[in-house]
Design a protein around this ligand. Structure first.
Ligand SMILES: NC(=O)c1ccc[n+]([C@@H]2O[C@H](COP(=O)([O-])OP(=O)(O)OC[C@H]3O[C@@H](n4cnc5c(N)ncnc54)[C@H](O)[C@@H]3O)[C@@H](O)[C@H]2O)c1
Length: 352
């Protein structure tokens, strides 16, 4: 009898939700722990592979591998970004699938829906940055962008800043703002929601926490709208005037080295010689480990730029898989029953 059977667990988004994986606290804790592991050189994090299918729209699929040496798991996030999807096909922009393998024998252990983990990771990183860089007494949060990332960010920001009282939102259309408010207001009866009727200024001016999460490539956030003491979390590509970063007292990235060769606002400023490594206060893991300071006064303006860290995705995906297994959810699938030449009828299957 062959013992060369390989099985793995398949987990849909519904399996993950039924297993209690939509847990923002869990995502924040895992992200913090994994950043410390990164600092201890316990993470392998190679460069991502990008395949762009249309230069104008930037339709692309990215392959992002990472290994968690402590957990002995190697994973990959396979993620599509099709910015035209919402308008052209009335479907989401981004969709992700994760593959996790153990590194004792190198076999796969799980394939899971990854959009949930990926979006939770972005929001968790924003929230960890807010924990260190926003004022504790922040009351007003403003958004430009009302899509998937913006919604997830409100959930995570409210976890770390429960005193938030007002949420303002500006999107490309009033309908999107209303959808954002309609979906999220039942969760937060203590929050006053304001639709900004597409006016960024109304959403952002005098807010304590500012979030841009758009598919735009334009300087939507104006420096004048960011008051002293405010914290800004930048998620998309080019979304803010250069003066926003230039006026900030501290700029923190999830990974500055990666930002330098991307296309976000800070990347553009770097390419144009307007900003250098000396202007970057820290990478986020340095705030988490206490190597560098977070906010030091009520008047500082602070800027956080997220470009995306696949090892955090893999770590959150692993926690979700473990939760789902404990809950008895998921579909156990066979990759193979035995090795190729061990199949009894293999010689009848071969085509020469
Ligand atoms: N930094 C990261 O780690 C990370 C991870 C995932 C996604 N992203 C990026 O985050 C961005 C948002 O992603 P999403 O999934 O929420 O997209 P989405 O399509 O769900 O939402 C995009 C939002 O942008 C708004 N928008 C577009 N143009 C605008 C304009 N000119 N003015 C005001 N609002 C405008 C739209 O109204 C919409 O609400 C994308 O650029 C995506 O690539 C970043």
């Amino acid at each position: 009898m062959s013992n060369h059977k390989i099985t793995f667990t398949y987990l849909s988004q519904e399996d993950l939700l039924a297993s209690g994986c939509f847990d923002i606290h869990m995502a924040i804790e895992v992200a913090e722990k994994t950043m410390l592991d990164y600092e201890q050189h316990r993470i392998l994090f190679p460069e991502k592979i990008v395949q762009i299918f249309d230069q104008a729209s930037q339709d692309r699929i990215n392959c992002l591998p990472a290994t968690l040496l402590n957990e002995e798991i190697c994973g990959v996030k396979w993620v599509s970004c099709f910015p035209r999807n919402p308008k052209s096909h009335q479907v989401q922009n981004l969709s992700a699938t994760f593959l996790l393998s153990e590194i004792e024998r190198g076999f796969p252990v799980a394939v899971l829906e990854g959009t949930l983990a990926s979006n939770m990771r972005v929001a968790a990183m924003g929230a960890i940055a807010a924990k260190h860089l926003s004022r504790q007494n922040s009351e007003v949060i403003g958004f430009i962008g009302a899509g998937e990332q913006a919604k997830m960010h409100l959930l995570s920001m409210k976890v770390v800043r429960p005193g938030l009282k007002e949420c303002r939102v500006a999107a490309k259309t009033v309908a999107e703002e209303q959808q954002f408010i309609g979906e999220l207001s039942p969760l937060f009866p203590d929050l006053k929601f304001i639709g900004a009727e597409t006016h960024g200024r109304i959403a952002m001016e005098n807010a304590d926490i500012l979030v841009t999460a758009t598919s735009a490539q334009a300087p939507l956030l104006k420096a004048d709208w960011m008051k002293p003491g405010a914290f800004y979390s930048h998620i998309g590509g080019w979304e803010d005037e250069y003066e926003v970063a230039q006026q900030c007292d501290k700029i923190v990235c999830d990974d500055w080295a990666t930002v330098t060769h991307r296309t976000q606002t800070l990347s553009r400023m770097y390419a144009e010689g307007l900003i250098s490594s000396n202007d970057i206060h820290a990478d986020l893991h340095e705030l988490v480990s206490g190597q560098k300071s977070g906010r030091e006064s009520d008047s500082e303006r602070t800027y956080f730029n997220a470009v995306g860290l696949a090892y955090i995705d893999v770590a959150i995906g692993l926690s979700m898989y473990q939760r789902a297994i404990s809950a008895g959810n998921g579909l156990k699938l066979d990759l193979q029953q035995c090795m190729i030449f061990e199949h009894e009828d293999i010689m009848q299957q071969v085509r020469l």
